[in-house]
Design a protein around this ligand. Structure first.
Ligand SMILES: Nc1ncnc2c1ncn2[C@@H]1O[C@H](COP(=O)(O)OP(=O)(O)OP(=O)(O)O)[C@@H](O)[C@H]1O
Length: 259
């Protein structure tokens, strides 16, 4: 099983009757283990819906979603919560760090809230993965925006998720810090890390290979991925491998014109 995430005939309709909106139409997609994929498309094309359904944050109307080979559509809320805690990580535009906690405490928080006490070494390793091993004791107000977003990534990484979902992760950052962050993500994609003993490893001899799925509006951001997928009106309409910002922008312009 080489796919970290697989979507089969994924359809999502919001509402019903005359007011029904079909946000995704029978999407078939695979995200190979270790890949870094960007999802683009005009506003309202279904990007966020796809991310939410693929991550188990929202339920599809029909179709199947496999994460690490496991069909997650039939899971109950408790099982989904467990999946989110142990198999997936999220990074959003807003960093959502707690101002009164240090970087180290912020990183450890989700596991503590789940009733687990992560090993200090595990937290330090997550901070080191994003280049912040020297900032463990700093509070968010003592960190730059880029560093705060890195803490948010370390927090998403601490449980060694198989898949990291990112929704406009550089949206609140200036150009330089945004680039640094994307370099970090690119290094993480495909990196094989030892799963901590605390968390049951998703197979593969206790090692986890990080897969990244990122939604963005920005061709410069998408160009950091190894593959860009284009959505329009809830359907998959194209794909670019080894993308350049220019090629992504040209594809987006063509999509806007054809609408
Ligand atoms: N909770 C909801 N209830 C009803 N309709 C929704 C809901 N969420 C999204 N939609 C609709 O589904 C479609 C896809 O929305 P989605 O947010 O996935 O698009 P998007 O590509 O992420 O857009 P944007 O780039 O503007 O963030 C849109 O027509 C939107 O209005």
């Amino acid at each position: 099983m080489d796919d970290a995430v697989r979507l089969e005939s994924l359809t999502k309709t919001y509402g019903s009757g005359d007011s029904a909106v079909t946000a995704l139409r029978e999407i078939d997609l695979s995200f190979p283990r270790g890949s870094f994929t960007a999802i683009m498309g005009p506003s309202g094309s279904g990007k966020s819906t796809l991310l939410q359904c693929a991550a188990g944050l929202d339920r599809p109307t029909s179709g199947r979603v496999f994460i690490d080979g496991k069909d997650i559509v039939g899971l109950n809320e408790t099982q989904l919560t467990e999946l989110r805690r142990e198999t997936t990580g999220f990074i959003f535009q807003a960093f959502n760090l707690l101002p009164s906690l240090t970087a180290e405490q912020n990183v450890a928080l989700p596991m503590r809230l789940a009733g687990r006490k992560p090993k200090r070494r595990t937290v330090q390793e997550a901070l080191a993965q994003v280049g912040l091993e020297n900032k463990a004791g700093s509070r968010p107000s003592q960190l730059s925006g880029g560093q705060q977003q890195r803490v948010a990534i370390a927090r998403a990484l601490v449980a060694r998720p198989a898949v990291l979902f990112a929704d406009e992760p550089t949206g609140a950052l200036d150009l330089t810090t945004g680039r640094e962050l994307l370099d970090t993500l690119r290094q993480l994609a495909g990196a094989s890390v030892q799963a901590p003993a605390l968390v049951p490893a998703p197979g593969h001899g206790g090692r986890v290979t990080t897969t990244i799925v990122m939604v963005t509006h920005d061709p410069n951001v998408a160009a950091y991925a190894d593959r860009v997928l284009f959505l329009a009106d809830g359907s998959l309409v194209g794909e670019l491998r080894s993308p350049t910002a220019e090629a992504v922008a040209a594809r987006m312009t063509a999509l806007a014109v054809s609408r």
